[in-house]
Design a protein around this ligand. Structure first.
Ligand code: MRU
Length: 336
């Protein structure tokens, strides 16, 4: 079975606490932070201690369990859990997995409201996590079959074990290709401004012994022109009914470049990333993040004080530019 040495979540059966790998401390330090209160969950998602669409959904599901267990004997428990749900939902707007997981676990809350304990809600959170593990494995299999034994693949942001409950979406597929062909080489986009590629993806691939090279985002066109990129694979934060996808800012530019250079462009995403309620990518809310993430790198200012800044954290890639969406149930060919 395809495996990763990276784990994002641990359920501590002794303390009955979820422990989350602190992605703000990587790559310098590997430490797990125990979640103690619902506030810890809200902060973990909004401060990006944990990030990546499926991982955000899993985190929110456990947040609802914590809410349920702290209010279980209160006659107002449903209202109190609902208000925690709103706080969790208001953390980040783009990844639909957050809202999907909250809706799903709230159904369990409703159907077990009169149970003696909130155990069924904990079980549902565990199930959401374990289903994500399974979906990652299925995508890896489909993706490896679809893409075949190529030599150089490029990825953007982090769609790995750090972004999911299992081996990752895009990086799960990369792990499966690597298993068949250990000489596989991965180009890792730095992913300005938050540096998920530099800080997280290169760390994750190196930890699993996968040969990779870090590049800044503006180098990919040059490498494509040189014939050094055989395929591109990324994750997604939301997929509209017409298969337009939202993913980390810079994904759209890569897809345009891939199209020009006739390089296959793949997206890997679990069921929880599909949003059937929106017709196209135009309806996806794009998170705008702090200007500080653009003008500071590791507390060092890199632009003049007072400079105007934009920071859209995601962009939308139209389905015409996508070769295929790799799902746990097979590959959707978008432009055939
Ligand atoms: O802002 P982030 O780090 O949460 O953004 C993450 C991404 O854009 C990932 O590519 C996406 O969530 C897919 S993760 C399997």
């Amino acid at each position: 079975m395809i495996h990763s040495n990276v784990e994002t979540f641990r359920w501590n059966t002794q303390t009955q606490q979820l422990e989350i790998l602190d992605q703000l401390a990587l790559p310098e330090m590997e430490r797990f932070v125990p979640m103690k209160t619902v506030d810890d969950f809200v902060n973990a998602i909004s401060d990006m201690l944990v990030r990546g669409a499926p991982a955000i959904g899993i985190t929110a599901a456990y947040g609802i369990y914590y809410s349920a267990r702290s209010h279980w004997n209160d006659p107002q428990k449903l209202a109190l859990i609902q208000s925690d749900k709103i706080r969790l939902a208001n953390t980040r707007p783009t990844a639909v997995n957050l809202f999907w997981a909250l809706e799903r676990i709230m159904k369990t809350v409703h159907s077990h409201l009169h149970d003696e304990s909130p155990d069924a809600i904990l079980q549902e959170a565990h199930t959401i996590w374990h289903e994500d593990v399974e979906m990652n494995l299925k995508m890896a299999e489909w993706g490896a079959k679809e893409i075949g034994n190529i030599q150089n693949i490029l990825t953007h942001c982090n769609a790995g074990a750090l972004a999911t409950g299992g081996i990752g979406t895009a990086l799960g597929v990369i792990r499966a290709i690597h298993e068949n062909q250990p000489s596989l080489h991965v180009w890792v986009d730095e992913t300005r401004p938050y540096l998920q590629g530099a800080r997280l993806t290169s760390w994750e691939l190196m930890k699993d012994g996968i040969n990779c090279t870090l590049i800044t985002d503006n180098m990919s066109a040059y490498l494509m022109k040189q014939g050094l990129v055989d395929a591109i694979i990324v994750g997604a934060d939301r997929i509209a009914a017409n298969h337009d996808i939202a993913n980390k800012i810079g994904t759209y530019a890569l897809a345009v470049l891939a199209n020009y250079h006739k390089i296959p462009f793949y997206v890997a995403a679990p069921d929880s990333t599909f949003d059937p309620n929106i017709a196209s990518g135009n309806e996806i809310v794009i998170e705008e993040r702090s200007a500080n993430e653009v003008v500071f790198i590791k507390n060092r200012r890199i632009a003049p004080e007072g400079v105007k800044v934009r920071h859209p954290a995601f962009d939308v890639t139209p389905h015409e530019l996508i070769t295929g969406i790799i799902t746990p149930n097979g590959v959707i060919h978008c432009n055939s």
